[in-house]
Design a protein around this ligand. Structure first.
Ligand SMILES: CC(=O)N[C@H](C=O)[C@@H](O)[C@H](O)[C@H](O)COP(=O)(O)O
Ligand SMILES: C=C(OP(=O)(O)O)C(=O)O
Length: 371
C-alpha cells in the first residue's frame, strides 16, 4: 500500500492522494457509492469519510443549538449532523465496495467510540482531523493501538504540534504523518502559509509531511507537493454548487484528475519557493500562498470561526461535586456550547480541585477550579 510505503520511507517518488468525501455525500449512500467510484476513476488512492458518535463528539447543548444556515440539514446542529452520519452497517457497505474496486477506504475518528469502531474495521490508517489534533487522550489511544495515523494540524499552534510528536514518541509510534492544514473554508491564498510545510519538514526531518487543503482550485496544492508534501488531501465533490459547507472548496472529479496528472509529471523532489512560481506559472494567489511573512505556525484569525464551531473543549465526563480533584476519567473532550478550556489543557487540569459542582457535559473553565 502506497501510504505505508511512504510512511516507511520505502517510496520517495509517490504522492498519496486522499479524496475527502467527508459529508459531501448529502446523507445518501447512493451518492457516496458514486463518489467512491468517481474518486477511483480520477486516480485517487483513498476515499475518506468522517466518523462521529454524536453524543461522544458533542455535548447535549452543542447538539441542541440552532443551526440556521443555507447549508443546514436540520433545525439544530444535532439534527444536521445526524442527517449526514452513516451508521456502522453503512460504513461496512462502503468499505466493502471500496475493496471491490481497489481503492483504500478510511475515515477520520472524531471521538473515542469512532476510533474504536475504525480500528475494528481494520482501515489501513486513521485520520485525525484538525479538530482533534489537540485531543491528546484520543491521540494517545490511537498511537497505542499501533494503527498508522495521518494527523492534521489546522487551528493549532506549533506548541500543540510539538505535543502531538511527544505523544507519538511516548507511545513509540512511528507510522504517522503530520498534515499542514488551514481550517478556513475556503482558505484565502494569503492564509495558506504553504511555507509551514517546509518548516514542519525542517523541524521533523524524520516525519512525512502532507497537506490537507481547503483553498479554491488546484495550483496551491501543486505547490504544496513541490515543497515536499507527500500526502495530499482535498475535499471531493460531484458538484461544487450543491448545498453543504464543504462543496465550494472541494474539487470535482476532473480537477482531481488534472491535479493527479500534474503531480505525476513532477520530476523533482523539493523545489525552492522562488522556483515554484516560475514552474507553476503562478500569479498573485500563488505568491501570497507561498508567503508566510516569517510567521511561526499559529492559530490564524481566519480559523477562529471553525475553532469556535468545531474546536474541542474540556467538559465534565459525569456529574462532579464541588471540592472534587479532577482525574482523567472525569474529563471528556467534546465540542461544547458554550465552550470550556481548550482541549490542549487536558493534562494541566488533572488533580485540580473543583470550585463548583458540574453536571455531565458542562464545560470546565478556569473559574471551575481552585488554582
Ligand atoms: C474541522 C473539521 O471538522 N473540518 C471538516 C474537514 O475539513 C469539515 O468537513 C467539517 O466537518 C465541515 O466543514 C462542517 O460543516 P457543517 O458545520 O456545516 O456540518
Ligand atoms: C477535519 C478533517 O480534516 P482536516 O483537518 O485535514 O481538514 C477531517 O479529516 O475530518
Amino acid at each position: 500500500m502506497l501510504l505505508l510505503d511512504i510512511l516507511d520511507k520505502k517510496r520517495t517518488d509517490g504522492i498519496y492522494i486522499i479524496a475527502e468525501i467527508g459529508q459531501n455525500h448529502q446523507g445518501s449512500m447512493d451518492v457516496a457509492i458514486k463518489m467512491i467510484y468517481e474518486a477511483k476513476q480520477a486516480g485517487c488512492h483513498c476515499v475518506k469519510f468522517q466518523k462521529s458518535n454524536l453524543p461522544s463528539k458533542f455535548t447535549r447543548s452543542a447538539l441542541e443549538r440552532d443551526y440556521k444556515s443555507k447549508h443546514s440539514w436540520g433545525s439544530t446542529y444535532g439534527e444536521h449532523k445526524e442527517f449526514l452520519e452513516f451508521s456502522y452497517e453503512q460504513y461496512r457497505i462502503l468499505q466493502a465496495y471500496s475493496q471491490e474496486i481497489s481503492i483504500d477506504f478510511t475515515a477520520s475518528a472524531m471521538d473515542m467510540h469512532s476510533l474504536e469502531f475504525l480500528a475494528e474495521l481494520k482501515v489501513p490508517f486513521i485520520k485525525i482531523g484538525s479538530g482533534d489534533a489537540n485531543n491528546f487522550p484520543l491521540l494517545e489511544k490511537a498511537a497505542n493501538l499501533g494503527i498508522p495515523l495521518v494527523i492534521s494540524t489546522g487551528m493549532q499552534s506549533m506548541l500543540t504540534v510539538s505535543k502531538i510528536v511527544d505523544i507519538m514518541d511516548q507511545a513509540n509510534h512511528k507510522k504517522y504523518a503530520l498534515m499542514h492544514c488551514v481550517s478556513s473554508y475556503p482558505t484565502a491564498p494569503k492564509d495558506c502559509n504553504l511555507q509551514w510545510i517546509s518548516i514542519l519538514k525542517q523541524r521533523y526531518p524524520h516525519l512525512i509531511i502532507g497537506y490537507s487543503g481547503h483553498e479554491l482550485g488546484i495550483t496551491i496544492t501543486k505547490a504544496a507537493v513541490l515543497l515536499g508534501a507527500k500526502i495530499i488531501e482535498r475535499h471531493f465533490t460531484l458538484d461544487k454548487s450543491q448545498k453543504g459547507s464543504d462543496h465550494r472548496c472541494s474539487l470535482e472529479p476532473n480537477e482531481f484528475r488534472s491535479l493527479i496528472r500534474s503531480i505525476e509529471n513532477f520530476r523533482f523532489d523539493t523545489v525552492k519557493p522562488e522556483d515554484i512560481l516560475g514552474l507553476l506559472d503562478g500569479g498573485r494567489d500563488l505568491e501570497e500562498a507561498l508567503d508566510n511573512n516569517g510567521r511561526e505556525k499559529c492559530i490564524l484569525d481566519c480559523e477562529l470561526p471553525c475553532r469556535s464551531k468545531l474546536g474541542k473543549s474540556l467538559v465534565a465526563a459525569r456529574s462532579l461535586k464541588k471540592g472534587h480533584r479532577l482525574q482523567r476519567a472525569d474529563i471528556a473532550i467534546k465540542v461544547s456550547e458554550p465552550s470550556g478550556l481548550s482541549a490542549e489543557n487536558f493534562f494541566d487540569i488533572i488533580d485540580k480541585e473543583l470550585a463548583i459542582g458540574l453536571n455531565e457535559d458542562e464545560p470546565i473553565t478556569g473559574a471551575s477550579m481552585i488554582i
